[in-house]
Every structure is written in structure tokens, then in C-alpha cells.
Design a protein around this ligand. Structure first.
Ligand code: GCU
Length: 363
């Protein structure tokens, strides 16, 4: 099926005419980016909390077994980050695994993950460091719980007034924590501004995209199976819809987003606007054939529609044919990347290794 056929009847807004006038240059696109950011903040995710006055990072003890991690081929550490706003502060813990020998073009991942174990089913740490990459890991619920309780963790300080229509949801708060870990990485000897990659699976893939859209320090955004309200076009989407996501997880978003349940057509944007904020930096979309809840075709369409923005910057975007790809497929020639692998919703080793190979090819 052709892309145009797949888009027929979806009535997706044109990212090059986000406010009426058609955009034809990268300068014009840069000039509308703040308004697109405002739109997404006010209608979907809420405003990401501001940068703190300062951060402190304290090293925490790790146990003897962790010290021997990877037989000495990588150094594992745990840290506690405290962000200060005047006299108030909020803290969370993160870990790092850094190869004993760091290459000059070493990818530096920040993985916002579903657990704090190292390794974890979604983070094959030893394979990552053996492949010459550093990985910093945030356990997302250490930042704030994955529910409607805004009184715990960093949410208590960062989102006091949930009654405001643009108040940040949990996705915005998790994104804020990634930005703080990047603040820390910037102070390290290994820091390379070209090599910062954020990765997350599913709800944390949505978090990854939001972070990259609002923080230009992210050069590679790896959104794994992020689907609804992440990397998938919302209009005409299969599987999960706004009505489902806002019923089950209203706290991921700003209160304003709830009004679009069953009314996708009234959204003044679609998810490719979020991706367009990341271009011309690298977007890596990973999908799974049986992940129909996320809808791999709608994920593909969002990325393909972002191409026009990449082109404004003289970049290739996703190199693809005019069709919806079958499975398996790996499109890794352009400045944007897409894969569809066999199987179900999961962040597999295969996904990691594919992202790593692509990132290395671009460094
Ligand atoms: C649910 C939710 C998805 C989300 C997923 C996950 O299935 O509906 O939107 O991506 O959880 O985070 O695992």
C-alpha cells in the first residue's frame, strides 16, 4: 500500500503549514518551533518543569558483586542526583556503566527504564558496554510513581498544582529527569555533544521523544514501540486511541489532553509535530510486527511525514520507498531510522544492537 493511500481519510494536518502560512525554509521552521512546543505543552504533555538553579550528584556505594561487573571491562556506579530550586530540592537515583576503555566516538545512552536492576530485561548492559557504549540508567518510578499520585518523588516539587490545564503529566516529569542526567554528563570527561542518545520503551519511548523535542542536546532519540501519543499518527490509528490512553493513564498528560478522547480530529496537530521538533537530529523508531496496540504502520507514517522537515535542513530524513514496509525491515540509510522486527511489544537485545549499529554509523 502506498503512503498516500494509507493516509487517505486520516486528514492529518500538514506540519509545514502548522499555523496557516506554508513554511519553505529551515529558518521559517525554526521560527515556528516555539509555537509548536507551546501547542504540545498546552494540549498534550504539559510544560516540562524548568532547569533547577543547580544540581548535586553524589556517588552511592555499590556492592562487591557489582564492582566486578563485566569482569572489569566496564565500571558500574550509582549516583543520587539532587536538583535545587532555591531552598527546595528533589532527588532521584541513577546508575552508569562506562567501558573501561572509552573510544573517541563512544555513544552515550541515557536509558529511562522500567527497573533499576543492572542488567535488566530491557537493558543488556554488558552487551552495550562491550559494544563500546556508555549507558546511564534512570529507573522512572524513582523519579515519580507511575500513577496519579503527584505527591511523591520529584512530582511533589515539580507539579504542585495538577488542577492547571497545562500542568505537566508524569511523562513531562520523567523527561525532566533525563535532562538533569544530561546536565551531569556534560560535566564528565567522556562528554561528547554529538553522542548523546536517549532510549526508552513504550511509555518511556514517548518520554524519550518528548525529551528530545525540547532538549537539543539529545542527538539520537530511540523510541521503542512508543505508539499512541508517542511516535504514531493519532488520526485513524489502529489499536490504542486517545480515549483508551486518557482513561487508563490520564496522569501521563496535562489535564487538557483529556478533552481529545474520541475527538482526534480536533487536535490542532498530530504526533509528527513532536517528531518534527527533533529533526534534523536523528530519530530512531523501533516497532514490532505484533504490537498492534502501538500500530507499526501509524508509527511509520509519522516518521515518513517528518521527512519534509528533514529536507528543509538539507537532510535526508528516512530513506524509504513510497509504501508501507513489510516485516522484517530495517531502514538505516538516512538521518532518520525505522525498523519493524518480528514479535511482540518488547525492548529486545536485537533492538538495542540495531540502534547501536546505526548510531555508530552516524558518529
Ligand atoms: C500500555 C499503554 C501504552 C504504553 C504501554 C507501555 O499498553 O496503553 O500506551 O505504551 O502501556 O508503556 O508499556
Amino acid at each position: 500500500m502506498k503512503i498516500s493511500e494509507a493516509l487517505e481519510e486520516r486528514n492529518v494536518p500538514d506540519v509545514l503549514s502548522p499555523f496557516g502560512k506554508r513554511i519553505t525554509t529551515k529558518e521559517e521552521f525554526e521560527s515556528v518551533k516555539p509555537a509548536i512546543k507551546k501547542l504540545l505543552a498546552e494540549e498534550e504533555y504539559g510544560y516540562i518543569p524548568p532547569k533547577p538553579d543547580r544540581i548535586d550528584v553524589e556517588d552511592l556505594p555499590i556492592d562487591y558483586h557489582e564492582e566486578r561487573f563485566a569482569g572489569g571491562a566496564a565500571k558500574l556506579s550509582k549516583h543520587k542526583l539532587t536538583a535545587y530550586f532555591g531552598d527546595e530540592s528533589a532527588s532521584f537515583v541513577f546508575s552508569s556503566a562506562i567501558p573501561a576503555v572509552c573510544g573517541e566516538k563512544m555513544p552515550i545512552f541515557i536509558n529511562i527504564n522500567f527497573g533499576d536492576e543492572i542488567p535488566h530485561k530491557y537493558q543488556p548492559t554488558e552487551e552495550i558496554t562491550d559494544n563500546g557504549c556508555a549507558v546511564f540508567t534512570i529507573y522512572y518510578e524513582d523519579v515519580s510513581s507511575d500513577n496519579g499520585d503527584f505527591e511523591n518523588g520529584c512530582a511533589k516539587l515539580l507539579c504542585k498544582d495538577r488542577s492547571h490545564p497545562h500542568a505537566p503529566g508524569k511523562i513531562a516529569i520523567w523527561a525532566w529527569s533525563i535532562m538533569r542526567v544530561i546536565d551531569y554528563i556534560e560535566t564528565l570527561d567522556i562528554y561528547n555533544p554529538d553522542a548523546i542518545a536517549v532510549i526508552g520503551h513504550s511509555r518511556l519511548g514517548k518520554t524519550t521523544l518528548l525529551t528530545a523535542a525540547y532538549d537539543e542536546r539529545v542527538k539520537f532519540a530511540c523510541a521503542n514501540n512508543s505508539g499512541c501519543s508517542g511516535d504514531a499518527i493519532t488520526r485513524g490509528k489502529d489499536g490504542e486511541r486517545i480515549a483508551d490512553i486518557t482513561k487508563n493513564f490520564p496522569f501521563w498528560f496535562c489535564p487538557n489532553y483529556l478533552k481529545y478522547a474520541g475527538r482526534e480530529d480536533e487536535l490542532p496537530f498530530d504526533q509528527h509535530y513532536l517528531l518534527a521538533l527533533i529533526a534534523p537530529r536523528h530519530i530512531l523508531v523501533g516497532t514490532a510486527e505484533q504490537d498492534t496496540w502501538a500500530d507499526p504502520d501509524s508509527e511509520y507514517l509519522a516518521l515518513a511525514l517528518t521527512d519534509e522537515v528533514y529536507k528543509l535542513y538539507g537532510s535526508t530524513g528516512l530513506i524509504h520507498t513510497d509504501g508501507i514496509p513489510g516485516c522484517p525491515v530495517r531502514l538505516a540509510e538516512g538521518d532518520a531510522y525505522y525498523h519493524k522486527r518480528e514479535g511482540v511489544h518488547y525492548l529486545a537485545r536485537k533492538d538495542w544492537l540495531s540502534y547501536i549499529e546505526y548510531i555508530k554509523s552516524k558518529l
